[in-house]
Design a protein around this ligand. Structure first.
Ligand code: AMP
Length: 230
């Protein structure tokens, strides 16, 4: 296949961020998380950050034009030339349309991996999620706890709960997913781009990463639009 980008698709709490970090190391591709980019703007209080702070805190999606612009600029950077991993983007049909145009112009094919996770597990996972504010490492109290409670294994920073991992916001995020993002499943399936469902409820993060790698196109393979989907 020509160059491709990996779209990690799934509800909040399905493990997109964790998988993107593991695959980034294995594939040596940049990990592009729109959530991380937006949080960075909020933390730095840029013009964009000031406009979106409240939306993000309440679990609502940020307007398409704002996110599209960030992605357009980011994927034009030289480190994205061989391929890249998208985590949390696209999240609406207009975003997917925009991405499709950008990728076509760069000669990239999108490969979609849908992380399939049971809803009850998602709520439990999100509520037990802890974040290192320094290096961005994600922990799960249930399946991937830090060695010392509330302390990052990598840099010793005190872990935090993301504002939008509070229970009432989790509900709003899942509703936003159902309303605005779930319709993308159909869109991707009909697009004819490679689409793979991967079971992401059971097994260690490493085992799930292995399942994802197993469905990715081999470098140089001829597969492109119309490849079998699951
Ligand atoms: P995430 O870290 O991907 O769960 O994203 C956290 C929050 O950032 C979301 O709840 C949205 O408010 C915002 N966000 C991230 N990615 C997008 C996107 N592609 N479109 C709109 N809003 C987004």
């Amino acid at each position: 296949m020509n160059r491709f980008c990996l779209i990690l698709f799934g509800p909040p709490g399905s493990g997109k961020g964790t998988q993107a970090k593991l695959l980034r190391q294995r594939m040596a591709w940049p990990h592009i998380s729109t959530g991380d980019m937006l949080r960075d703007h909020v933390a730095r209080r840029t013009d964009l950050g000031v406009q979106i702070g409240e939306m993000m805190q309440s679990g609502k999606l940020v307007p398409d034009e704002m996110v599209n612009r960030l992605v357009e600029v980011r994927i034009a950077e030289p480190d994205c030339g061989r391929g890249f991993i998208l985590d949390g983007y696209p999240r609406t049909i207009p975003q997917a349309g925009m991405l499709e145009k950008l990728l076509a112009a760069k000669g990239f094919t999108p490969v979609v991996v849908y992380l399939e996770v049971d809803y009850n597990r998602i709520v439990a996972r999100l509520a037990g999620r802890r974040l290192c504010p320094v290096c961005g490492a994600l922990y799960s109290l249930a399946s991937n706890a830090p060695e010392i409670s509330m302390v990052c294994d990598y840099d010793g920073a005190t872990l935090v709960i993301r504002d939008d991992d509070r229970e009432e916001v989790i509900r709003e995020r899942l509703e936003a997913y159902d309303r605005q993002t779930l319709p993308l499943l159909d869109y991707f399936r009909k697009s004819g781009y490679p689409f793979h469902g991967v079971e992401a409820s059971e097994g260690s993060p490493q085992a799930i990463a292995g399942r994802i790698e197993a469905v990715l196109p081999q470098p140089g393979s001829q597969a492109s639009k119309g490849m079998a989907s699951e």
